[in-house]
Ligand binder design. Sequence first.
Ligand code: GLY
Length: 352
Amino acid sequence: MTQVSRRGFLKSVAGMWAALPAVTAFPAIITSKTRAAARAMGKLPVLVCSRGEDWGTKTNAPGWEILKNGGSLLDAIEKSANVTELDPEDMSVGYGGLPNEEGVVQLDASCMYGPTHKAGCVAALEGIKTPSSVARLVLERTDHMMLVGHGAQRFAIAHGFQVENLLTERARLEWLKWKENLSTEDDWLPPADGVYRDRTGRPTGTINVLGVDAQGNVAGITTTSGLAYKIPGRIGDSPIIGAGLYVDNEVGAAGATGRGEEVIRTCGSFYIVQLMRQGMHPTKACLEACRRIVEINKRLGVKIDFTDKFVAVNKKGEVGCAAIGHTKEYKPEVAFTNPDGFVAMAGERFEV
Ligand code: GLY
């Protein structure tokens, strides 16, 4: 494969959509950039990562090695998802993820395989660095679909996984800062100067890895440490099939990141796949899922102070991405690798 970096060249495929309301048909505006993006996508096999150039490059690398050589689609997405899970620099997925309110890292993940329409999910799993691998084993080695908490950990141990401390020093210090600044009424005091600082945000990172092999088979993984400082036992959208991930071998796949509760109550990934089934382009389907979340909250008079982002790929290998955006500067990103090389591109923003 030729590794083609298209930095700065394909980054604004969003231009294809930007001027258009979310419900218009496929836009007629064609620029040289959109032509280039359109040329790059729609080829098989393809591996999609829900992040931009830096993470996309390292995440897709091991999976693409498998996929381009005709290897197993599940092996490809698993190996790519493992990259972020094992990297302590990422504080929203796997090892090094931010913990729950008690300082314990609890991980959620799902894996779905189109040809069998089977899924495997784990939730509130402690001590295992690669929950997506355990989710894959639930899919392949049980007739269940979801294992949680202690049961999920015991299942992982039975399959030879090591139980390890997932709380890195960096994540512990972040958690402690959050805890000490939580309230002026409790017994936890901030260090030294005794000044209470604003509570830091509560990141929801997550990563989706989606793939379509040369035969048009579709699969996906979503993996996360979930909402930072959550109530112990809280499960987000990532391990819920139809919410944080959905795969249909006749259509394609979609995955979500961001505030999981919003994605669960709108069945976000399932909704996107259903829209693609009706012929909608992946980016436009992702935009519609954002619109649904925004509309529900507006109708209820709820301030939208969160974000959600969706990525999708159809069976033809066309990739899309959209997110709920609060500022014009924010451009959701998605990256994919196909026989033409690696492409990192901006998706579309649904403004609130
Ligand atoms: N999307 C990750 C979570 O809310 O847990």
